[in-house]
Design a protein around this ligand. Sequence first.
Ligand SMILES: NC(=O)c1ccc[n+]([C@@H]2O[C@H](COP(=O)([O-])OP(=O)(O)OC[C@H]3O[C@@H](n4cnc5c(N)ncnc54)[C@H](OP(=O)(O)O)[C@@H]3O)[C@@H](O)[C@H]2O)c1
Length: 307
Amino acid sequence: MKQIPIRKVEKNTPAIIAGCMRFADKSVEEVNTFIHGVLELGIDYFDHADIYGNGKCEELFGKAMKNDSSIDREKICIQSKCGVRLGIDFDLSKEHILNSVDGILDRLQTEYLDVLLLHRPDALFEPEEIAEALDKLESSGKVRTFGVSNFKPMQIELLKKCVKQELVINQLQFSLPVSNMIAGSMEMNMESPGSIDHDGNVLDYCRLHDMTIQAWSPFQMPAWQGVFLGNDRYADLNREIDILSEKYNVTPTAIASAWILRHPAKMQIVSGSTSLARMKEIASACDIELTREEWYKLYLSAGHLLP
Ligand SMILES: NC(=O)c1ccc[n+]([C@@H]2O[C@H](COP(=O)([O-])OP(=O)(O)OC[C@H]3O[C@@H](n4cnc5c(N)ncnc54)[C@H](OP(=O)(O)O)[C@@H]3O)[C@@H](O)[C@H]2O)c1
């Protein structure tokens, strides 16, 4: 499995991460089989959040790990997130962060998290409070490394004013159809919708500050409308993907993954599949390097513009 080094994380950091958001309706046995299957593919990095399945996803994972001494906790990376309260609000208060991490550790049945991400910016966040929470989590050994998700550059700068730990990851939605963070810079000073700066140049910011981008929902259309692969709404894109699937002798899922991995920002892919066959397809993207022309052709066929 191709590795994408992340600053401050001293374990394997594979190009593909197993996202655990869709585990809620699985059994402990099914989750255990999935964990073993992805480990065999070299995917030993798991992404959680306290809200996935309202805690159920972490709980199932914890049980699946606990009952299995053949899985070495020290060898795998477990990442989770806090700061969203389902159906209520966003909460990055010190109290919420600390309580949330205790709940996460309890459900996952582990002593520590390899990585904690602040899930989304909270309009009422106070950097001083967050700094105190992160200090406590670090000094108690509950969390080893920190990052953010869905944060804009200036919000990260504001955090950095007080937070002394390095923030080494920004998890962001990114896929062929959802690539505002590329369109915003490419359609510079144009009047097209893509030229709108949605994110404060977060892609360039992360590259500049050596923050690893983790691309979430890599196969989804915008606004939770389902998978774009095989969808008629993206007929041109699917046509180009099929041509490349044939050329590289891999599935369309692998081509969509290879498109993300080809970007020099060296992003990780956070897959949400619970199917081992699909995870194998995604992993096969690590063996492909799309040409510059292929990369741009896919980008354009997803409906984006170039100046
Ligand atoms: N930071 C954030 O704000 C945030 C937000 C959302 C998600 N996430 C993280 O990102 C992970 C991935 O999110 P996601 O599940 O929305 O992303 P995804 O990997 O784009 O979607 C996976 C879903 O699409 C289905 N699917 C159907 N056809 C597919 C195909 N050809 N190729 C791939 N998948 C196909 C999968 O089904 P099968 O199971 O049958 O393969 C699965 O249900 C989550 O698990 C979570 O860890 C983070």
